[in-house]
Unconditional design. Structure first.
Length: 79
């Protein structure tokens, strides 16, 4: 299992963890999800299919944003 896959599994098991925006960016790059950071306060994830997701770039990332990110990854995997 690749390191990125292990990271995704750790995030799935513990969405309340002390995750950094870089962790989410690593996973998004693995799934070819485009990212934007226009203002520096948020990172916007732009999947090919489905709604965009805007995540505040503060640490730690709130669990609701981590869960929404995981749902986005699951939609990308299904398509």
């Amino acid at each position: 299992m690749a390191a990125r896959d292990k990271l995704l599994e750790r995030i799935r098991r513990n969405p309340r963890g002390d995750w950094k925006i870089g962790d989410l960016e690593t996973i998004a790059a693995r799934y070819h999800i485009d990212m934007r950071n226009p203002s520096g306060n948020h990172v916007i994830f732009l999947p090919q299919n489905g709604p965009i997701l805007s995540v505040p770039a503060r640490r730690p990332i709130k669990p609701i944003y981590v869960r929404l990110f995981i749902e986005m990854i699951d939609r990308v995997e299904r398509s």
